[in-house]
Write a new protein. Sequence first.
Length: 145
Amino acid sequence: IYEIGRSSKAYCEQAYRTEPVVGDVVMALVDMGINLEGLQAFRLRQNRVVIASPVQQVDLKQHNVLQVGDKKLHPQHIPDHLPPFPDTHTYCFSHTYKQPVTEYEAIREKAAAQKRDIERALTKFAAKTSDTQNLFFTDDKEFMC
């Protein structure tokens, strides 16, 4: 069964389709050397058991929809067959950011911390990019093991 499915999928993809058709399955069976007349005789036998397709269950549970705010009714000039208005939170303005700090002490502390961070970063950058100066004028190879 796995080989029939794999071959059917290959024939399907070769024809630029996403779902195999009966012809793809027939070609896969012929490719495997299976006699199609024998399958027809097997299908028409007397003691055949047919498995019914499963019945889909109906979802009886109603889903609770989150409602924020009040539902607005249509004004008189809007016909009733149009959909209702969305919740008010979808079109009312609300802040999505924190209000900036306006206290003098907090602003000064933040500025001082930023200044310290900038000085530290510039010191590291200067140490990494500038030429080095040796304290002892000896070859570096002398200290190697």
